[in-house]
Design a protein around this ligand. Structure first.
Ligand code: TXA
Ligand code: MG
Length: 332
């Protein structure tokens, strides 16, 4: 299959072409404000199956469903939203927040991996929004990478991952946030129908500090059976080259040819490495998040023995960055 890349910046041709593919049951990769997604009509089980096939994703890993606006939520989830979630969606939708809610029975089992819940978000990227409005059905879309790999933040990254496996990529430039959405599960507290807490299933651009304004943050004990969220597997989001966090001691001595992902120009020892990528020259965590996956991808192409990473402060979006770095460096 030939994979075409169409610039979506100004042309409605790209948006219309994407919709035609979706109506034919095809998949299309498109930009969101977080990372690029590989999308299909969420109500077309055969099309959704193609997403799993292209990504080599296990069928046990459910997808996020994207809606054009909060009013479309009832197409994919049932039961409405309690007041605190209405406030939460008013603050963060459209945007990088995914809610896990009771699923609509019409959604194919493949989308939810047979679970009774569905993960939903309303993306903010103008290209994604235009596509959703034009095609008029929700789009199921995981990140547009092969399973377990680094999420793509540019159209060329999607091409490198899925070339020959999908017909079309809409190019909307580099993703502004650069990290996948925050996933939260609302839970009832103490059997009280009006008391809720939020469990963060995946940290992301909407931070725990921001969420705490809406409900208490629930942190499960280690023994609690967590919902199936393979994005929370210990090893994930990984480059091919081994990654080592410098907060965990010296890198293996056998690594002669090393790359470095540095947090800031001033704090690093770049002369000890053959190549260095700086996440933020001005110690800005948001800028670091935007640049992280691109830095990992760039160094991954250099045939290095290993990539060392300087740790970042774990506040705000720094938590999501360190979460992804730990998973990328996990080899156990
Ligand atoms: O920013 C994002 O969230 C991007 C863009 C494209 O929207 N999407 C994304 O999708 O990161 P994906 O499939 O790579 O990650 C979705 C995560 C997976 O770890 C999946 O297990 C989890 O969401 N998930 C999906 N449905 C769920 C559910 N019902 N309960 C718990 N976790 C769920
Ligand atoms: Mg993913």
């Amino acid at each position: 299959m030939k994979t075409e890349i169409l610039s979506a910046a100004e042309s409605s041709f790209a948006i219309e072409t994407a919709c035609e593919f979706f109506k034919k049951g095809e998949t299309v990769a498109l930009p969101s404000e977080t990372v690029y997604g590989l999308a299909a009509n969420a109500f077309d089980a055969k099309a959704v199956a193609r997403i799993f096939e292209a990504k080599e994703r296990p069928l046990s890993d459910p997808l996020i469903v994207h809606i054009a606006d909060p009013e479309s939520l009832s197409q994919v989830a049932v039961g409405g939203l309690p007041d605190f979630l209405k406030k939460l969606t008013r603050s963060f939708w459209p945007g990088p927040l995914t809610l896990v809610l009771p699923r609509h029975p019409d959604l194919p089992d493949l989308v939810t991996a047979g679970q009774e819940t569905v993960a939903v978000r309303c993306p903010a990227h103008p290209v994604f929004r235009r596509v959703l409005r034009a095609c008029r059905f929700p789009l199921a879309a995981p990140s547009a990478n092969r399973f377990g790999r680094i999420s793509p933040t540019r159209a060329t990254d999607v091409f490198a991952e899925l070339q020959g496996r999908i017909p079309l990529i809409l190019d909307g430039g580099a993703c502004e946030r650069g990290l996948e959405s925050t996933i939260v599960l609302p839970i009832q507290v103490g059997g009280d129908a009006k008391k809720f807490a939020l469990q963060i299933l995946r940290p992301g651009p909407v931070t725990a500090e921001e969420l705490a304004d809406f409900a208490p943050i629930f942190i499960p004990e280690k023994t609690t059976a967590a919902p199936v969220t393979p994005g929370s597997l210990a090893s994930h989001y990984a480059p091919r080259t081994p990654l080592h966090l410098l907060s965990e001691g010296e890198p293996p001595a056998s690594w002669k040819c090393r790359g470095l992902i540095a947090w800031d120009e001033k704090t690093s020892a770049a002369q000890d490495y053959v190549a260095t990528e700086y996440l933020s020259r001005g110690l800005d965590l948001h800028e670091a998040a935007t640049n992280l996956y691109y830095a990992m991808r760039s160094l991954d192409q250099l045939q290095l023995d290993g990539i060392c990473v300087e740790p970042l402060p774990e506040t705000g979006i720094g938590r999501a960055i360190m979460d992804r770095l730990r998973r990328a460096s996990f080899h156990g």
